[in-house]
Design a protein. Structure first.
Length: 231
C-alpha cells in the first residue's frame, strides 16, 4: 500500500455551517505505527469566516489534485522493455535523410510518454542539415563512428568517435559529416514532433520550395535560419 511505503497522511475536512461561519473538523487517517504525527489541534474544531474558508479551499485544491494524480499514477504498469536490432527502426519503417542516409528511430515518444526520442543516423556521405532552431527540444549527439563538425550559436566543435555534444533549445545549430562514413546516436528531449517531421520529409516526392520548407518546420516547432554547411 502507498501509505505504508511513503507514510502519506490523508486528511479529510468535515465542514459544518452555522450562520455565516464554517466549523472545520479534521479527521486524519494515519499508518498504525505513527499515531502522534498529527497534533491534537487537528482533532478539535475551529471556525472560519466564509471568505477565509473559500480562499483556503482554493489554495488547497492543487495539492489535493496532485496527491490524487500521484496515487493513480503510482499504480500504473511500467512500459514493457524491448530491443531494437542493428540496422532496424523501432516500428520497422525505413526513413532516410535526403533519401540516402538511414535515420532509424530507436526509442519512440510513444515509449516515453513524449519525454524522449532516440535515433541512429548512418552517414554515407559528407552532408548535413540546414542551420535551424528547435524551439521546444534540446538535442544530444554522440559520435559512434567518423568525424563531424558542429556549429551551434557561432561556436564550432569538431567531434570524433566517443564524444558527445549538447545542443540547447533555442540556439541556431547544424552539423556536417567530415568523414566518408559516419554514425551518430542522437536524442531529443522532450520528443516533440520530430518523429512526425522525419516521416513527413521522407514521404515527399520532390524537394519543397523555401516557403514550403519554412511552413513544414514551423508546424514541427522549428525554424530554418541558414543553409547547410559546406566543405
Amino acid at each position: 500500500m502507498a501509505y505504508k511505503l511513503f507514510r502519506f497522511i490523508a486528511i479529510q475536512l468535515i465542514c459544518l455551517q452555522r450562520d455565516n461561519n464554517f466549523f472545520i473538523f479534521f479527521v486524519a487517517f494515519l499508518p498504525p505505527d505513527q499515531p502522534k504525527l498529527i497534533p491534537s489541534l487537528l482533532h478539535k474544531p475551529f471556525f472560519m469566516q466564509r471568505k477565509q474558508f473559500l480562499l483556503s479551499s482554493l489554495l488547497a485544491s492543487p495539492a489535493l489534485l496532485s496527491f490524487r494524480h500521484f496515487s493513480q499514477s503510482s499504480t500504473d504498469a511500467y512500459p514493457t522493455p524491448f530491443v531494437v536490432d542493428a540496422g532496424k527502426s523501432r516500428f520497422g519503417d525505413v526513413v532516410k535523410f535526403l533519401g540516402v542516409h538511414p535515420n532509424d528511430l530507436k526509442i519512440s515518444s510513444k515509449d516515453t510518454d513524449g519525454a524522449l526520442s532516440v535515433f541512429e543516423y548512418v552517414g554515407l556521405g559528407k552532408v548535413g542539415p540546414m542551420m535551424h532552431i528547435h524551439f521546444k527540444q534540446d538535442e544530444i549527439f554522440t559520435v559512434i563512428e567518423g568525424q563531424y563538425r558542429f556549429v551551434v550559436d557561432n561556436q564550432v566543435h569538431v567531434l570524433g568517435a566517443g564524444q558527445t555534444i549538447f545542443l540547447p533549445r533555442g540556439l541556431p545549430h547544424t552539423w556536417i559529416q567530415l568523414s566518408d562514413r559516419g554514425r551518430l546516436i542522437y536524442m531529443l528531449q522532450p520528443a516533440g514532433k520530430m518523429e512526425e517531421f522525419f516521416s513527413y520529409m521522407n514521404n515527399l516526392k520532390e524537394r519543397p520550395s523555401p516557403a514550403e520548407m519554412d511552413r513544414i518546420h514551423a508546424e514541427h516547432d522549428m525554424k530554418v535560419v541558414g543553409p547547410p554547411l559546406e566543405l
